[in-house]
Design a binder for this molecule. Structure first.
Ligand SMILES: [Zn+2]
Length: 595
C-alpha cells in the first residue's frame, strides 16, 4: 500500500483506522457513522464525547480544544505529535500503513492468551467492542467480540467500587451485566429516529448502519435531501439489536417502550433461534410501535443482512422494502405451538388441590415444581432430552435462575449430577451451552455443580454397598443438596420387572439419601407407551414423577407432566429446546399456550 497525503483514503480504510486508533479512547457510536471519543490530540482530555469523528469520510473535530482535520492523515499526524514522535510525511504514512495492516479480526499476539480465573478474558484481544449506552450516551455495558472457535460475544460493565467483588475487577471492569439496566443497542440514535431497523446481533447492526449512513450521505450530497420514506425525508435511520443474541429479547427487559410511535422494520432471520428472535421481538414491539413490519431477506438458511450486503447494493436492499409485511398482533391460540387449549383456571377444586396452593408450608427447590425433602422420578423414552432438561434444572438451581419461568430456591443450591449414561465430554458441552443460555460461563458453576461420570469412577452400582457408601460420603463432603442420577438401568444389577428387585433398589436410594443428606431424583427410561417401565415399586417410590414427551410434529417441543404421589397434578407444560449456531448456547424455553 502506498499512500500520499493527497490521495483520499477509502471509507473502509478510514473506518478501520479509527476503530483501532481510537479504541483506547472510548470510541463509541453517536449516530449514523458519527462516532465520539476522548480527544487524544490535546493534553488532559478525558471528556468521552469531546472528539467527533466521521468513520466514513474521516472528518474529525474536537469540541473542547478545537483540534480538527478532514482525513486520517491529518489525524495520524496529530497523534504522532501528541505522542511526542516524529511526524513528517514518511513517518505519518508508515504509521497509518502499520495500523491498517492490523486486522480487527485476526490480531496476532506473541503470547497465548491467559484467562485469569475470576477475571476472565483479556479485553485487548477482542476483535470488536459494542457499547450499550443510556439516553445520554453514558456506557451501561459493553459486549466484546472474540473470534476463534467458538466465536464469543461476552458482556461486561464498569465495576461498582465497594459492591462488586474486588477480586473479579480488572481495569475497573467486571464481566457479566448482572444488575445493569437493559437497553437496546444504539439507544440515543434509536430515540432520535423515526424509522428503525432491528436485526439480530451487533455486527449485523453495525454493518447495516454503515450501509444506510453512507447511502444517505451520498444522497444528500447529490440531491440536498435525505432518504424519502412515506412523506418524509430522513437524514438518518437507527439500526438496533439487543445484548445476548437471538434468545435474549424478552419482554421483561422492557426494550419495547423505546419504540413508541416509531416505524419499525424487523429483518427476518433465517435459522431456528433467529425465528424465535423475530417472534419475541415482534410480540414485544408491536405493543408500542406506530407500525411494525417484517422483512424477509432473500438469503439462504443461516445467512443474514451482513451476508446480503456483501454482494448487494443498498439500492438492492431498498428494492425489497415494498415486500415488507405488516406485523399484527396475533389472537390467542393462533400460536404455532399446536392444537391443545389450556383448560381455564377452575373456580372449584378438589380438597387435595387446595394443598398444592400458596397456603402450603412446603419448601421448594423450584416453586411448585420440585419440593425439598422429596424423591423424584423422571420418566421418558430414550432420546427425549430428559438428561438435558435435568442438566438445565441443575444449572438453574446452581445459578439461582428460573426454571420454565418459575423462580428457583432464592439462593444458589449445590447440585450433584451422577451421569452414568453420558460421558464427560457430552456432559461438559451440555453444561457449558446451558450455562451460556442463562448468561453464565461454565466457570460460574464450579462450586455449585459436581459431576460424576465413568471418568471419575469406572463403575457406580447402587446395589453395591461399597459404591453406595463411597458415593454418599462424597455427596455429603461436597454438601450437595440435590442429586440427579442418570439413568436407573445403568446403576443396578436387578431385574426391572421384578417388584422384589426394584423394591430393594429403591431402598438403596433411600439409604443414599439418608447417608448423603441430598435429595435424589432418578431418571428412568419409559416403555414405548411412555409409562414407567418395569415394576410398580419404582413408580411407588417417588413423591413426584416428571413425564417428558416429544411432540410428534416438532421433536424440539416437549410436553412435561408432573404427578405427585398425593394425586396432585400440575398443569401440563410445553417447552422448546433451542440451540444457537454451532450449539454453543442452549436454552429450554417455556411455551405459554395461554398467549
Ligand atoms: Zn482535542
Amino acid at each position: 500500500m502506498i499512500f500520499t497525503p493527497e490521495k483520499r483514503f477509502t471509507e473502509a480504510q478510514t473506518e478501520h483506522y479509527y476503530k483501532i486508533r481510537l479504541d483506547p479512547y472510548k470510541l463509541h457510536h453517536s449516530k449514523g457513522m458519527e462516532y465520539r471519543s476522548i480527544c487524544p490530540l490535546h493534553p488532559d482530555g478525558d471528556n468521552p464525547n469531546a472528539l467527533l469523528v466521521h468513520l466514513d469520510d474521516g472528518h474529525f473535530i474536537c469540541w473542547t480544544k478545537g483540534c480538527k482535520g478532514h482525513d486520517i492523515y491529518a489525524f495520524e499526524m496529530g497523534m504522532l505529535k501528541a505522542e511526542g514522535k516524529l511526524h513528517n510525511v514518511d513517518q505519518v504514512i508508515a504509521s497509518i500503513e502499520n495500523i491498517l495492516g492490523e486486522t480487527l479480526t485476526k490480531k496476532e499476539y506473541p503470547k497465548a492468551e491467559i484467562i485469569i480465573p475470576g477475571k476472565g478474558r483479556d479485553r485487548s484481544r477482542a476483535s470488536a467492542r459494542y457499547l450499550y449506552t443510556d439516553e445520554d450516551g453514558i456506557e451501561i455495558y459493553s459486549a466484546w467480540r472474540y473470534e476463534g472457535d467458538p466465536k464469543e460475544v461476552l458482556p461486561d460493565r464498569p465495576a461498582i467500587v465497594g459492591i462488586d467483588p474486588e477480586e473479579s475487577i480488572a481495569d475497573g471492569r467486571i464481566w457479566g451485566y448482572r444488575g445493569a439496566r437493559r437497553v437496546p443497542y444504539h439507544l440515543p440514535d434509536l430515540i432520535q429516529s423515526m424509522v428503525v431497523f432491528a436485526v439480530e446481533g451487533e455486527k449485523n447492526a453495525d454493518d447495516l448502519n454503515r450501509a444506510i449512513s453512507q447511502y444517505i450521505i451520498k444522497l444528500r450530497q447529490k440531491t440536498g435531501k435525505g432518504l424519502r420514506f412515506m412523506n418524509h425525508f430522513l437524514d438518518h435511520i437507527a439500526v438496533t439489536t439487543n445484548l445476548g443474541g437471538a434468545l435474549a429479547w424478552q419482554q421483561k427487559y422492557e426494550y419495547g417502550r423505546y419504540f413508541t410511535g416509531k416505524t419499525v422494520i424487523k429483518l427476518g432471520d433465517n435459522d431456528g433461534p433467529g425465528r424465535i428472535h423475530d417472534q419475541s421481538f415482534c410480540e414485544d414491539v408491536v405493543r408500542f410501535a406506530h407500525r411494525l413490519y417484517k422483512l424477509e431477506l432473500p438469503v439462504s438458511e443461516k445467512q443474514d443482512i451482513s451476508d446480503y450486503l456483501k454482494d448487494h447494493s443498498f439500492e438492492d436492499f431498498m428494492a425489497l422494502w415494498p415486500e415488507c409485511g405488516l406485523y399484527e398482533e396475533k389472537k390467542p391460540k393462533e400460536s404455532v405451538f399446536g392444537d391443545e387449549i389450556l383448560t381455564p383456571k377452575p373456580v372449584m377444586v378438589s380438597p387435595h388441590e387446595l394443598m398444592s396452593g400458596e397456603t402450603t408450608e412446603k419448601k421448594w427447590f423450584v416453586h411448585k415444581l420440585i419440593a425439598e425433602k422429596s424423591k423424584g422420578l423422571v420418566v421418558a423414552k430414550p432420546k427425549t432430552g430428559k438428561s438435558l432438561f435435568f442438566l438445565d434444572i441443575a444449572v438453574a438451581l446452581a445459578t439461582n435462575t428460573r426454571v420454565l419461568s418459575i423462580p428457583s430456591k432464592g439462593r444458589r443450591v449445590k447440585v450433584g449430577v451422577i451421569s452414568r449414561e453420558d460421558g464427560p465430554e457430552l456432559v461438559y458441552e451440555r453444561l457449558d451451552a446451558l450455562a451460556r443460555g442463562r448468561g453464565f460461563r461454565i466457570h460460574d458453576l464450579k462450586d455449585y455443580i459436581k459431576v460424576n461420570t465413568d471418568a471419575q469412577t469406572s463403575s457406580f452400582m447402587i446395589d453395591n454397598q461399597q459404591h453406595l457408601d463411597e458415593m454418599a460420603a462424597w455427596i455429603k463432603a461436597e454438601g450437595l443438596e440435590y442429586c440427579i442420577i442418570d439413568v436407573l438401568n445403568k446403576i443396578h444389577n436387578g431385574k426391572e420387572n421384578s417388584n422384589d428387585d426394584m423394591g430393594l433398589i429403591t431402598r438403596k436410594f433411600d439409604e443414599l439419601r439418608e447417608k448423603s443428606g441430598a435429595q435424589i431424583c432418578v431418571i428412568h427410561h419409559s416403555n414405548a407407551q411412555g409409562e414407567s417401565r418395569g415394576a410398580s415399586s419404582i413408580f411407588g417410590w417417588a413423591d413426584y414423577t416428571f413425564k417428558l414427551e416429544s411432540e410428534i410434529e416438532d421433536p424440539d417441543i416437549k410436553k412435561l407432566s408432573v404427578v405427585w404421589k398425593n394425586g396432585a397434578t400440575l398443569p401440563t407444560r410445553y417447552m422448546k429446546y433451542v440451540q444457537s449456531h454451532e450449539d454453543t448456547v442452549s436454552q429450554i424455553l417455556l411455551l405459554d399456550r395461554r398467549q
